[in-house]
Design a protein around this ligand. Structure first.
Ligand SMILES: C[S@@+](CC[C@H](N)C(=O)[O-])C[C@H]1O[C@@H](n2cnc3c(N)ncnc32)[C@H](O)[C@@H]1O
Length: 417
């Protein structure tokens, strides 16, 4: 967190100030304020990150002119496209690697030699990247990495950017006309969404992925790398306490429905090997996901359409993460019912979702919600909405365990009435 406001950006800020006494005074006052904020931020825990970012962001916005605000909002897609070009060229990686070198930076000539791109083009791209804080300019023709550049080299960055650019952005662009055409209704028909308009298809995203291996792999990788493993449901849910000592090895223990390519099954088996917690661990997903699934010892990979009757009966846990938000209420109820029909009194359905608060929902959750609307007629649902749906199908919410307060990610323990 301390790195968010680095010396590099501070120097850039400072150097734009002239040297009159008044400006020097303003500069030192500003530098002191930035130091204070850096100190506060470095002391804040993980869940305090979002409120601090929001407060600072609001402060920045309060300084904008109308044109600044239009440039910022109107130019968001340009940020995505230039950042993706930089990823394609390996610019972030090269600048981060150069941090260990004698100057800690790279010149345009060096970057041109390493990437094969024309130096004059690189200058324009890097100047823009510096203007949005993704790199720092250290001289007329040299650039260096900063905290954001380092973030752009994290595993999640490349797949995430490609997923947003190639799969989400087209539906975002289609959304205004879609909502206008459909009379601004709160979507409930998953067969007619902005997604369908954007891609001129009658397929929903997950069936469309079957013929789009690149889009599917960006999505799969983004799903796998997006979350921090230590901030998952296994960090809060009392798995062992819920499983009787006598649970037989041939009985299903953990069924991960819509589990994608099986990262979570692998995590579960890693934390609870078969000699510690006996029972079958089963991954279920659509054929193209199962074809790409990890071959984790002790995990059975199974093709299953979750809107059809659940073939694995009487499991201890039926676990679904980030699955229901992809669907409108009528499909959520169908999936709940198909799962309930396979449950016994001993079974627990674990629903792992973003559960936004009634007031002050943060950017990530609010953006996910609109993305779900645009792609699937889905939604991020409040706990109240969940209780309503459980009541309609005959389930009860036993307890909600929040495992990531900043993103409202939580796992609900849900059982038969
Ligand atoms: C948002 S992803 C969540 C993946 C995984 N649970 C996770 O949290 O990383 C939704 C998953 O549901 C799967 N899916 C969508 N429709 C399905 C269906 N009808 N039957 C089974 N799986 C489905 C997709 O292939 C995808 O892997």
């Amino acid at each position: 967190m301390a790195n968010d406001l680095e010396n590099g950006s501070q120097q850039t800020f400072s150097s734009t100030y002239s040297t009159t006494i008044q400006d020097t005074y303003q500069q030192s006052t500003m530098d002191a304020a930035i130091e204070n904020i850096k100190q506060l931020a470095s002391e804040a825990g993980h869940s305090a990150r979002q409120p601090i970012i929001l407060a600072l962001t609001k402060l920045i916005y309060s300084l904008e002119t109308p044109d600044d605000t239009v440039q910022r909002i109107g130019g968001l897609s340009l940020q995505t496209s230039v950042a993706l070009t930089a990823v394609d060229l390996g610019l972030f990686r090269l600048l981060v690697e150069a941090e260990a070198g004698s100057t800690g930076s790279l010149t345009l000539a060096e970057l041109a030699a390493k990437t094969g791109a024309e130096a004059a083009l690189l200058l324009r791209l890097l100047r823009y990247l510096a203007s949005i804080g993704l790199v720092d300019q250290v001289s007329k023709d040299a650039f260096k990495a900063n905290h954001a550049s380092r973030n752009m080299t994290a595993k999640v960055a490349e797949s995430g950017l490609r997923h947003y650019f190639y799969t989400c952005c087209p539906e975002y662009f289609a959304l205004p006309d879609h909502l206008k055409r459909t009379g601004y209704r709160n979507a409930g028909d998953e067969t007619q969404t902005a997604w369908h308009d954007a891609f001129k298809t009658d397929k929903g995203p997950f069936t469309w992925f079957a013929d789009k291996p690149d889009n599917m792999s960006y999505f799969n990788d983004y799903m796998a790398f997006r979350r921090e493993p230590e901030l998952g449901w296994l960090s809060v849910y009392p798995v062992r306490e819920q499983v009787p000592e006598s649970w037989p090895a041939d009985r299903p223990l953990y069924v991960n429905i819509g589990g994608n390519i099986g990262h979570q099954c692998a995590e579960f088996r890693d934390k609870f090997p078969a000699d510690v917690l006996p029972g079958r661990v089963i991954l279920q997903d659509l054929p193209h996901s199962i074809a790409a699934a990890l071959a984790t010892p002790g995990v059975e990979n199974m093709v299953h359409d979750f809107f059809k009757p659940q073939p694995v009966r009487g499991a201890k846990f039926y676990f679904l993460r980030g699955v229901f938000h992809n669907h409108p209420d009528h499909k959520v109820k169908l999936l709940l019912k198909q799962t309930m029909d396979a449950m016994t009194e001993e079974s627990i359905m674990l629903i792992d979702e973003i559960i936004p608060p009634a007031i002050g929902t943060g950017l990530d959750a609010a953006a996910h919600d609109i993305t779900m609307l645009a792609a699937f007629a889905g939604a991020e649902r409040s706990e109240e909405q969940w209780k309503g749906l459980f009541g309609e199908v005959g389930l009860r919410l036993v307890r909600t365990y929040v495992y990531n307060e900043a993103s409202y990610e939580s796992v609900m323990d849900v059982r038969l009435l």
